[in-house]
Design a protein around this ligand. Structure first.
Ligand code: SAH
Ligand code: SF4
Length: 392
């Protein structure tokens, strides 16, 4: 592949519905669940009510066993047990950092593994979830980008990560109760492995389930989707999901961004900014988060900071500065603390919040861009990455 070749998407999509054997209810939309119940023989008139009941058991109280669903008749529960399962990814290992950050490795169908990270904060906590195994994109500073895309996660596997974390945090309310407002798991960020907008439908369905008021009931303001800049899907995210948006901006000229975030060769900075300008209005959300990884001598000059604030003028924004998380063999170094501070200062003086992301869970390699399953063998070669990103 030449350096100028367009970024093509090579996504192996697995079927969204399993045709035979017990079907997993986790990840189905309410409509899909209704259809599945009718196909099983539930009278159409009752189907909506039954969905409501099953939904609450699964997503409000975290129940995985049909027999525990005591407001359903025994006969109906037996039918459900025949036709369906309630399954979430299986935890393979768990690490807890000295700062309380938790990292789980979970196994999904086919034996693949993805990482999920929980970051506790004062009065809240953020879960960082994955949307793909690997990534088709090849951002040159990102560890996940060195791993080939294996497959998209299903909606069940995406919302299943949230359910797994609630299990581990022991945060399902008692039967009949609702979750209190003060939650351990209060926010979700789609900042783990993969590009969420290259798995749009599954991410959307999973986040709709997480937002459903009769279940996990997280407000759309507490869910942040991070994209590298899949421009055509940004408007759709505003309309169909309506969550908060973060964008991996990382550079202030097309020349540098082409190297750092190669999807920029397909949709450049100007096109990306156009899409971002309309996002807050359509989604009725507040600010867009611009993620900016601080790479020593690459994108961290005062000129970059000035260019950045010029570029985003008129967009309600917050700039999240991420000190580069180094990984073995990475072609970059982290900017110095002084450089990061100076950059942050310029952005702040221009009127934008410019927090520097605090490294968390460093002792367990839980930081952004370091998530990569140790067991995946499908690796891109260094030559492949260099060719795809135009880095030499
Ligand atoms: N694919 C999506 C979401 C996953 S990456 C995206 O690119 O936005 C989540 C964030 O971590 C992105 O902003 C990404 O650019 C950043 N990131 C990746 N590798 C990193 C590293 N080594 N150090 C710091 N941030 C990194
Ligand atoms: Fe993929 Fe995001 Fe990593 Fe880029 S930064 S390679 S889009 S996971």
């Amino acid at each position: 592949m030449s350096a100028d070749a367009p970024i093509t998407q090579d996504v192996m999509t697995i079927p969204r519905k399993v045709p035979e054997g017990p079907v997993n209810l986790v990840g189905m939309t309410r409509d899909a669940m209704r259809d599945a119940l009718i196909a099983m023989g539930t009278p159409e008139k009752q189907a909506k009510m039954r969905v409501g009941q099953i939904w609450q058991w699964i997503y409000q109280w975290g129940v995985r066993d049909f027999d525990a669903m005591t407001n359903l008749s025994k006969a109906f529960r037996a039918e459900l047990t025949e036709a369906f399962v309630i399954e979430i990814p299986e935890v393979v290992s768990k690490q807890v950092s000295t700062d309380g950050t938790r990292k789980w490795l979970v196994r999904i169908a086919g034996g693949h593994e993805v990482e999920v990270v929980y970051i506790p904060e004062e009065g809240r906590g953020t879960l960082c979830i994955s949307s793909q195994v690997g990534c088709t994109l090849t951002c040159s500073f990102c560890h996940t980008g060195t791993q080939k895309l294996v497959r998209n996660l299903t909606a069940g596997e995406i919302v299943g990560q949230v359910m797994m974390a609630r299990d581990d945090l022991d945060e399902w309310p008692e039967h009949g109760k609702r979750t209190e407002d003060a939650r351990l798991l209060s926010n979700i960020v789609l900042m783990g492995m993969g590009e969420p907008l290259y798995n749009f439908e599954n991410v959307r369905d999973a986040m709709k389930i997480a937002m459903d008021p009769e279940g996990i009931q997280l407000s759309r303001r507490r869910i942040t989707l991070s994209t590298s800049g899949v421009v055509p899907e940004i408007a759709r995210t505003a309309e169909e999901i309506g969550c908060q948006l973060a964008v991996s901006f990382h550079a202030t000229t097309d020349e540098v961004r082409n190297k750092l975030v190669p999807i920029n060769k397909r949709w450049n900075i100007a096109e990306l900014l156009d899409a971002l300008r309309t996002y807050p209005k359509v989604s009725n959300s507040e600010r867009i988060t611009f993620e900016y990884v601080m790479l020593d001598g690459v994108n961290d000059s005062d000129e970059d900071a000035h260019r950045l604030v010029e570029l985003i003028k008129g967009i309600p924004a917050k700039i999240n500065l991420i000190p580069f998380n180094e990984w073995p063999g990475a072609p970059y170094k982290r900017s110095s603390n002084n450089r990061i501070r100076a950059f942050s200062e310029i952005v702040y003086k221009a009127g934008y919040a410019s927090p520097v992301r605090k490294p968390r869970g460093e002792d367990i390699m839980a930081a952004c861009g370091q998530l990569k399953s140790a067991t995946e063998r499908a690796r891109k070669s260094r030559r492949e990455i260099a060719a795809e990103t135009g880095l030499n």
